[in-house]
Structure formats: structure tokens, C-alpha cells
Write a protein that binds this ligand. Sequence first.
Ligand code: GUN
Length: 304
Amino acid sequence: MQILDGVLVSGHIKEQIKQDVTDFQAAGGKKPHLAAILVGNNPASEAYVGSKVKHCDELGFDSTLLRFEKDISEAFLIGEVERLNSDDSIDGILVQLPLPDHISGDAVINAISPAKDVDGFHPISLGKMLLGQPTFLPATPYGIMLMLEYYKIDTSGMHCVIIGRSNIVGTPMTILMSRASNPGNATVTMCHSKTKNLKEITKTADMIIAAIGRPKYVTADMVKPGAIIIDVGINRVDDQTKKSGSRLVGDVDFDNVAPLCSYITPVPKGVGLMTICGLMKNTLQAAKRSPSPAVSEGEGGVTK
Ligand code: GUN
């Protein structure tokens, strides 16, 4: 069993990004500038946005964090997004999700200029991704593809079972893993909360991508020996042995699944760090005024 090490891979990619930023600026380009919007004070969202802003600093990007009270109106928030759309100094815009219930996430995301949609959540970005056209890929699926690419894992012909159908991870992952590229070329099954006989399906998987948002949901009896396990979950659970009283666990029962599989991502220090890489690569591409390649440099997104 080999750990797919988010610290190692993200460190490598961040060094590439830093060099790219330096070269871009030496050639007269601008410093990439990410604007992040955080509404309310959900502790997990605070931590994610804080980490994104910190990474901007580390990589030589500018960042602007706009924080708003949870009772702001949808119209006000859309107005702020539109202001950022027309601000030439801003290259990328992200609105941290989830938003409060009275604000439509779809309406806010639809308001982001596709040219600045570095989260890859806009319908135009997702539509281009579906068609294999160059665009900003959603940050987490992009990060997972970068991880598979780094370890040169050949997924061609594999049965890839994706658990979870969110717009952010599960759904785009099905597209990326089934497209004609490597990583990709997999036979994909998407499972979700209404799937019957989940275990029978996951037992046939060469690769499982768990993005269901439930702690330790994927157990050892669901995994075929030798499978590749990608754990997207970041769940906080009580743990009185920790000073904070809690700890993070993934959607996979790591301790019991890890001995069975060929590769596995840990939580923390796995996919979460790759999401940041995806976002930062998108932001740099936005600063260059050109969308990211559909999968990886040179691969394109041709569908055969
Ligand atoms: N909430 C959970 N994941 C994400 C993400 O990748 N981007 C944004 N904006 N919000 C999220």
C-alpha cells in the first residue's frame, strides 16, 4: 500500500506555480489576484478560506478577502460579485460555499464572470468541461487529477466508482475519469444516497472516489483488495483525546481500508491540499487571461 501524499505533491506543484508566477511577472505579466467572499462565520468555511488566502501569500499572489454578515441579501451579494467582475485588478473570484439558506448559490455563481470563475462552478465552465474544451476545472476534481498524474497512475480501463453526486466533486469527477485522457479512460459508475446494493458495486471497483460527506462511510468490506482509494471527505468528529476536542476524518475508514488497497489518500494531508493547488493553478491561468488546459498540459480534452 502506498500513501498518495498531498503534502509531497502539493509542495511540488506549489514550487512550479511560484516559478511560473516569477517568470510571468519577469515577462511583464501581473501578480495573480484572487478575491474570496465569505458570508457568515461557519467555522469550516473560515478555515478553508483562511487557508486559500494564506496560500496566495505563500505563492506570491495578491488576495482580497471580503467578509459579510450572514443576513446580507442575495441582491447585495450579487452586486459585490459584479463589482469584482468589472475590477481589472482582480483575476479570480471565489464565493465560499455553502451560503446561508436565503441566498441562492446558483444565482450567485451564475453572476461570476466565467473569465474569473477559478472555482470552475459556473455553468459555462462546467459545460466546457463536459465538452472537453479548455476551461477552469472545479478545484477538487482538478486537484485529484493532478495527484493521479503525479503518481503516474494509469487509470485506463479501470472501473472507477464515485460515491457522491455533488456539483462540486462527484458529478465533475465522473466526466473527468471517463474522458479520453490519462488519468481518465475509466469505466465510471456514480453512486449516491439512493443507490441500492452499494457494497456489491464498490466491491467491483478498481478505484473508489469517496465524496459523500459522511465520516468513515467506506468500510473494509466494501473494498476489493488492491483498489485505489481517493478520499475527498473532511469531517470533524469528537475526539476528547485531542486538545481541541475534535479531529478530522475522511469518508473512508482509513485504518481498516488502508492495509487492503494499492494506493490511498489520507485525511488530512491528502485531497484537501490538492484542492488548493487546483484553485491556485486556475487563478494563475486567469491572470494570464487564458483558461486552464482541460486536463493537463498537452493532453487537451478530446473525446473519442
Ligand atoms: N465549499 C466546499 N468546497 C468548496 C470549494 O472548492 N470552493 C468553494 N467556493 N466552496 C466550497
